[in-house]
Design a protein around this ligand. Structure first.
Ligand code: HEM
Length: 154
């Protein structure tokens, strides 16, 4: 099981870098492609996805899978470099880097579980892209939002 306690030599994940390089731009691009390919009923139509977007979707799936794996297999994680503030920090109700770090340290198994969810969603996307399965793609794009909402940043 991936969310089991990793070995002491497992790398420490840098969350901000993982989010900024492997997760957030990819999620935004996925949702954008999905939104543009809606039919009149609001369902994702595979025929409305331009052919070059399928290659982009494949890369998105692979990046998300890898980002999830980084979190799922990490031996602890650093929320942000010392002294750094999170994007929304200072907004009412937003977490601070210290809050986030405290959560990660206290609930590392749960944290890795969220990473595993992300990894699985990415893997599912890769598969759905392979078969041009728009229905599955749509379901995964939606569940990615749930993965984000249930993660520590919510
Ligand atoms: C679709 C899924 C996700 C999206 C779009 C997303 C997006 C983001 C964004 C935009 C930030 C702010 C980065 C910054 O401050 O520059 C962030 C931070 C963070 N995310 Fe995610 N995230 C996702 C999934 C996850 C998952 C699955 C986890 C945990 C396993 C996670 C944990 C965190 C944490 C702890 C932070 C705060 C650390 C920091 O910004 O330094 N996220 N995420």
């Amino acid at each position: 099981m991936v969310s089991a306690v990793p070995g002491a030599d497992a790398p420490v994940a840098n969350l901000r870098i993982t989010m900024q390089t492997n997760v957030n731009p990819q999620a935004l691009a996925l949702w954008d492609i999905a939104n543009r390919a809606m039919d009149a009923k609001g369902d994702l139509a595979g025929s409305k996805i331009p052919s070059d977007n399928w290659a982009t979707l494949l890369k998105i799936g692979k990046d998300l899978e890898e980002g999830g794996r980084t979190l799922a297999t990490s031996n602890g994680a650093v929320a942000a470099p010392p002294g750094a503030k999170l994007q929304d920090e200072g907004n009412f109700g937003a977490s601070t880097a210290v809050d986030v770090q405290r959560f990660i340290d206290a609930k590392s198994a749960e944290f890795r579980g969220h990473g595993l969810d992300l990894q699985k969603t990415g893997a599912g996307l890769v598969k759905a892209v392979g078969t041009h399965d728009a229905k599955r793609l749509s379901a995964l794009a939606g569940s990615l939002d749930e993965v984000r909402e249930s993660s520590v940043e919510s």
